[in-house]
Ligand binder design. Structure first.
Ligand SMILES: NC(=O)c1ccc[n+]([C@@H]2O[C@H](COP(=O)([O-])OP(=O)(O)OC[C@H]3O[C@@H](n4cnc5c(N)ncnc54)[C@H](O)[C@@H]3O)[C@@H](O)[C@H]2O)c1
Length: 470
């Protein structure tokens, strides 16, 4: 067969074309976000919103089918709009074919769950499954970026995993880009972050990551480029610190209860000190959610592994376990420990307001204690009832899920406020007083007007406000 003659000019033009293509891809990469949960489903659309082309991938075919029909599998304020406008602009798409999405991508974000393992360590089995899938599908250079919260050393572990599957080192760079969004305000948190943290190993990966976030950086978002291990550590150090801060104010609230101080005034005055700042100083029923409990436990696991004491983090977990018992104890005191056969209205099931997430929610602890005491439960949450039903499915005889807060309170022997939903802050207390069987209320979020409760003749308690409740 005759080999066609290729002129030098043609080869030079081809090389110029290929290098232009490479530069174009570097500046306009196709991103795949693997894992479309609370983080992936905000980060993916968020990256599309700032101009990138993003494919959100998930093995959960039901989730992907919902997204393709324009429905959201989670509740997150503002997310529906961001997704709809970026799908319409053809910057965002969804797929359950994760392998194919990896093939198309220049940058692969890993945003799968890293739940708490039995020994307290972060369970990296979902991350491992994704890394193995990448190994099967990688044919051209990719940045592989962890957005999941992963222990220090995970980036290096992914690298060795890929290499052990025969992937050539020059085919990928490992990056760490932890996510700091808060459920309930996740879209805003992602688009207007306090900081973006990126850990890289090479200038090439750094440039690619810089270009992805450039519109955000140009708009003034602070950013820190660092090494992969430091980036991984920043996420844990931040969450551990916030958990400590919450446990600290919860302990101060309990001391306020015992001494006659009002924690609301105490925390307000503390927060005015710029060194302390006012955030995360609201006492409550203990921290829950998918992050603080498991990330603090993972820090404890690292503490043992590396033989480095983390006594402050350890104490915050112990304090939190005790704090989760406080609302129930307060209820028992108000009801003279007589809960057998009584009906308790639980307002709020989500671990915090504005989300349907119930992972490690303090409401779970309270419901378990009430069931053990022989109480009946009537409950309402604006978004989290379906998730809670799945956990307490064997107890349908003891738990009634209601259509609104007032229905839940009707005929109740006591009311417990467990989540700080805005609609609970403006409850018509006069109406509640007329609906309940007994005017007893525990406000585990300090959101109810104490003066009005007093005027209406309620026996009540809150967190760290006993002096006001007497
Ligand atoms: N939820 C938060 O507020 C928050 C905030 C910051 C960081 N994080 C971290 O982000 C990570 C994800 O958290 P989340 O709350 O979004 O979890 P999630 O459980 O809501 O979502 C994880 C998703 O990954 C999917 N998945 C699992 N294996 C997969 C695979 N092999 N391929 C494709 N998809 C797969 C699951 O189907 C699920 O949809 C965790 O490491 C978490 O600690 C969470």
């Amino acid at each position: 067969m005759a080999i066609p003659f290729i002129s030098h000019r043609y080869i030079i033009l081809l090389l110029i074309f290929l290098s232009c293509m490479q530069a174009y891809e570097q500046n306009n990469p196709t991103i795949v976000m693997i894992g479309s949960g609370y983080v992936g489903l905000v980060s993916g659309p968020g990256l599309a919103e700032i101009g990138n082309k993003v494919i959100c991938a998930d093995v959960d075919t039901h989730k992907i089918a919902m997204l393709e029909q324009g429905k959201l599998p989670i509740y997150e304020p503002g997310l529906e709009k961001v997704i709809a406008q970026n799908v319409a602009a053809e910057k965002l798409s969804f797929t359950a074919d994760v392998g194919k999405a990896i093939e198309k991508a220049n940058v692969v974000f890993i945003a799968v769950g890293t739940p708490m393992g039995e020994d307290g360590s972060a369970d990296l089995s979902y991350v491992k499954a994704v890394a193995e899938l990448i190994a099967q599908h990688i044919t051209s250079y990719k940045v592989i970026c962890t957005k999941s919260t992963v222990p220090v050393g995970t980036g290096a572990w992914i690298r060795s995993l890929l290499e052990s599957h025969g992937v050539k080192p020059e085919l990928f760079d490992i990056v760490s880009n932890p996510e700091f969004l808060r459920e309930g305000s996740a879209v805003d948190d992602f688009l207007k972050p306090d900081r973006v943290v990126i850990g890289t190993e090479t200038d090439k990966a750094r440039e690619i990551m810089y270009n992805i976030y450039k519109p955000m950086f140009d708009a003034g978002a602070p950013y820190i480029f660092t090494t992969v291990p430091s980036s991984e550590m920043i996420k844990y150090a931040s969450n551990g610190f916030l958990a400590v801060k919450i446990s600290y104010i919860n302990e101060i609230a309990n001391l306020c209860d015992a001494t006659g101080a009002d924690v609301k005034t105490v925390s307000k005055a503390m927060g005015l000190d710029k060194r302390i700042c006012p955030y995360f100083l609201n006492p409550g029923p203990g921290f829950g959610g998918s992050c603080f409990p498991k990330d603090s436990q993972a820090l404890m696991y690292a503490s043992e592994k590396y033989q480095v004491p983390l006594e402050v983090v350890k104490a915050s977990l112990a304090t939190n376990a005790l704090q989760k018992k406080v609302p129930f104890k307060k209820l028992c005191a108000l009801m003279h420990k007589d809960l057998q056969g009584k009906t308790i209205a639980i307002l709020g099931l989500a671990y915090k307001g504005n989300t349907d997430d119930i992972r490690y929610s303090p409401s779970i602890n309270v419901i378990k204690e009430l069931l053990e005491s022989g109480a009946q439960i009537k409950t309402f949450d604006p978004q989290a009832m379906e998730n809670m039903k799945a956990i307490f499915s064997p107890y349908t005889h003891a738990i009634t899920y209601c259509t609104d807060a007032y229905t839940a309170c009707t005929g109740a022997d006591a009311v417990m406020i467990m989540t700080e939903w805005n609609e609970f802050k403006i409850l018509d207390l006069c109406k509640i007083a007329s609906l309940v069987n007994n005017k007893i209320l525990v406000d585990a979020r300090n959101i109810i007007d104490i003066k009005e409760l007093k005027k209406l003749g309620f026996a009540f308690d809150a967190i760290g406000r006993s002096c006001m409740c007497a």
